[in-house]
Design a protein around this ligand. Structure first.
Ligand code: SF4
Length: 492
């Protein structure tokens, strides 16, 4: 890829938007979405607000909350961050004891308000609201079938297919939801709400995280446990693959809509996406990332003066690498989180300068030093090269790059926005060629075995440690193509 093309991408209108995600200037992967549900609490909307705020890193494009008081829905959705979409008056208008909420980042549906979730529908049995995280691989096929038999879709979001499948079923809501979920292939976590019920469901492989907590008598559901901490709820457990929970006036009913298949929770949740204060499958993310750094040190030690991590997601791993090797950990790179919003188009000469508005090397830390730079992944290679060059410009004498994941070679079908395979540098270059491309003195990746061992957790003894590693090894846990249609990105 030429520098021209790379530079063009840097200076889109989103470049300086605070709130367009960690990926705005970097070619790193983009998060999917986050969901948060409440059943049985008079402050359901406020809890959802705080929960979604804690999940903001999973989607910064739009936010929404739908509340049921048992008779009718009240909802509000908007483009932007949770704090921008909701104010006190809007939250006060959302009265009810059950709610579902959503933060969205999307690639497959358009970026517009009609696709913001929760999606809300009227159907023959009343109101239906849907919030999801993930991607339905066979959604285009189902959508085409439904359209051919008369369905009219309101959105371009794939999530709408489940609402149509439920609405067209002659069965009651729970049975209709089970039938609908059985038709879906992909990685998804669903919250489905009617006036009197909340259904919580996970895909048969448990690809996307979904977890449950209690707050007094209320049940809470979230993509990550960090959202429970914020509202003082007690984590109970993760939702199991193929599981379906029904909450209504009779309380919580544990059920399933299909048999569980190979457990395959997204490995990138551990490596990059989830917050370090979240727990997944019995593993704390900060601790797991530290172990990744320790494993990396055991597999690929290099003598150096300082270890630094690319903020924010690689700091835990850098601490682990430093602890294991005895090389001091230093803050060699600082992220500026307050770049704010500007649409000033810079001159060509200032374009390279742009990266420094987001990330700075600390000259006094790295000058004259041999630096080990820990990062979580290499996608196209452009980001890594820029960061290595930042360190060199600040006086680092050597830069050794250690990546706490195996080489990222394959696209994701389950809700992570990845470029085409042809743009993934590890799919067409050797490790030494990548090293030269990113201008590093040495480059090593964590082995798949090292990653599985570092993640540990409740599924450590399962096949591949209960992880999906398809973007590294091409071993997808589901079918990925239907009638020749391959679909990438996030449909939520
Ligand atoms: S393919 Fe990669 S990014 Fe996608 S779910 Fe699997 S591990 Fe996660």
């Amino acid at each position: 890829m030429s520098d021209e093309i790379i530079s063009e991408r840097l200076w889109t209108g989103d470049y300086y938007n605070e709130g367009t995600g960690r990926s705005d200037i970097f070619d790193t992967l983009k998060e999917e979405c986050g969901v948060f549900g409440v059943f049985g609490h008079p402050e359901a909307a406020s809890l959802s607000y705080y929960g979604l705020h804690a999940l903001q890193h999973r989607g910064e494009e739009s936010a929404g909350i739908c509340v049921s008081n048992g008779e009718e829905f009240n909802y509000h959705r908007g483009m932007g961050l949770v704090k921008e979409v909701f104010d006190r008056d809007k939250l006060m208008s959302l009265r009810g004891e059950r709610s579902i909420g959503h933060v969205r980042y999307s690639t497959s549906g358009d970026s517009r308000l009609t696709n913001a979730q929760p999606l809300v529908f009227k159907y023959r049995d009343g109101d239906l609201a849907v919030a999801t995280n993930g991607n339905i691989v066979n959604a285009p096929q189902i959508r085409r079938e439904l359209e051919q038999s008369g369905s009219i879709f309101q959105t371009t979001s794939d999530t709408e297919v489940i609402a149509h499948l439920i609405a067209r079923s002659p069965k009651d809501f729970v049975e209709a939801a089970k039938d609908a979920l059985q038709r879906l292939v992909g990685g998804f976590a669903f919250l489905l709400m009617t006036n009197d019920k909340l259904i919580v469901a996970s895909d048969p492989n448990g690809l996307r995280p979904l977890t449950m907590a209690k707050l007094g008598d209320a049940y809470l559901f979230s993509s990550e446990t960090c959202a429970f901490e914020v509202v003082g709820a007690q984590s109970i457990r993760d939702i199991l693959p193929g599981e379906l929970l029904v909450l209504d006036g009779n309380g919580l009913h544990e059920d399933r809509y299909t048999a569980p298949q190979r457990k395959a929770l997204c490995a990138m949740e551990y490596i990059y996406f989830s917050r370090p204060d979240s727990d997944l499958n019995g593993s704390n993310l900060h601790a797991a990332r530290k172990r990744m750094g320790q494993m990396m040190a055991q597999e690929s030690f290099v003598d150096a003066d300082v270890v630094t991590g690319v903020p924010d997601s690689s700091i835990s791993a850098a601490i682990g690498y430093a602890e294991q090797t005895g090389i001091p950990y230093e803050l060699g790179l600082i992220k500026n989180k307050y770049t704010g919003r500007t649409f000033i188009q810079p001159s060509q000469e200032l374009r390279e300068q742009g990266v420094k508005m987001k990330l700075s090397a600390v000259r006094r830390v790295v000058e004259g030093k041999r630096v080990v730079m820990i990062d979580d992944s290499i996608v196209r290679g452009t980001t890594s090269r820029r960061i290595v060059n930042l360190l060199r410009d600040a006086g680092a004498t050597e830069v050794h790059v250690r990546i706490t994941s195996p080489p990222f070679k394959n696209p994701c079908f389950y809700g992570i926005d990845t470029p085409d395979r042809a743009e993934l540098i590890a799919s067409y270059k050797t490790i030494d060629e990548i090293r030269r491309e990113i201008n590093a003195d040495s480059l090593e990746f964590l082995s798949p075995e090292g990653l599985i061992q570092a993640v540990g957790g409740d599924n450590a003894s399962d096949y591949k440690g209960g992880l999906c590693m398809a973007c590294f090894d091409n071993d997808y846990p589901t079918r990925t193509s239907f009638e020749g249609e391959e679909k990438f990105g996030c449909s939520c």
